[in-house]
Write a protein that binds this ligand. Structure first.
Ligand code: ASP
Ligand code: MG
Length: 259
């Protein structure tokens, strides 16, 4: 069965109105893929606001409590997206990182993914429903809620793609793809249609905030294909975006996670 992971970042879910737009993009993909898992980030500036809130109470909050607070942002997004899909007659079920079986180390606020056990997601996917997962978070073997570091939803999406043997992971951004220079600063900068993992990592390490570096490292180890494209484009036009990885290279059979 063909599986697709779609990841929407904070800009794609900035306002309540954005959820309906995203739901349309998901419904469009549902015609071509039997199983769809959507990973979402917190709305707009929500994570920054939650961190500021924590700092108002304690300049150096206990890291367990920090994770308990900041993981809430993604939980708002998953439930709203499931509601937006329901409004369009597509059944969808939202899950936290913990419920999705994203197991991490104990390093609060910068945890690494040890393994993914998506048992609960599979029957929902096989019934034709869309699964929506809160990015940026997991659970330690001790049962504590952890977060993956800023921008960590990208890594959640790749880890789920590996666990569910997805055809690829699509990242919906407010830019057309990865460009030679930051398109928000140099608008005419040419789009790069295809990059190797190493080329993408080089661009990210030079400061481009297009994907969390860890997500590309994880994809590279498992050879899963990534696709960066715009959520603002017309759905009917074939979007090129930027492909990262190689379509012809065989995937790793046994998942390799972060540690
Ligand atoms: N919401 C989290 C952050 O802003 C995670 C993410 O966006 O990927 O860092
Ligand atoms: Mg965010």
């Amino acid at each position: 069965m063909k599986t697709l992971i779609m990841k929407f970042g904070g800009a794609a879910v900035a306002t309540p109105q954005h959820f309906s737009r995203i739901a349309d993009i998901i419904l469009h993909r549902k015609k071509h893929y039997q199983r769809i898992v959507v990973v979402v980030s917190a709305m707009g500036e929500t994570t920054n606001q939650l961190i500021a809130l924590a700092n108002e109470v304690n300049a150096s909050p206990p890291r367990r409590e920090y994770d308990m607070l900041v993981s809430v942002g993604e939980r708002i997004s998953i439930s709203l997206l499931a509601m937006a899909l329901a409004a369009k007659n597509q059944h969808a079920v939202s899950f936290t990182g913990s419920q999705s079986g994203i197991i991490t180390c104990q390093n609060h606020s910068n945890a690494r993914i040890i393994e993914v056990k998506p048992h609960r997601l599979i029957p929902i996917l096989d019934s034709g429903s869309v699964v929506i997962v809160a990015g940026f978070q997991g659970v330690s073997r001790q049962g504590e809620i952890t977060t993956l570091g800023r921008g960590g939803s990208d890594t959640s999406a790749v880890a789920l793609g590996i666990a569910l043997k997805a055809e690829k992971v699509e990242f919906f951004k407010d830019v057309l793809g990865i460009c030679m220079d930051d398109p928000k600063i140099v608008p005419e900068s040419p789009l790069l249609p295809h990059l190797s993992y190493d080329e993408a990592l080089k661009i990210i390490r030079q400061g481009a905030k297009v994907l969390q570096a860890r997500s590309v490292e994880l994809a590279s180890k498992n050879k899963i294909l990534l696709h960066v494209l715009s959520f603002q484009n017309d759905l009917q036009t074939t979007q090129s975006g930027t492909l990262i990885g190689n379509i012809d290279v065989a995937r790793e059979e046994i998942p390799i996670y972060e540690e």
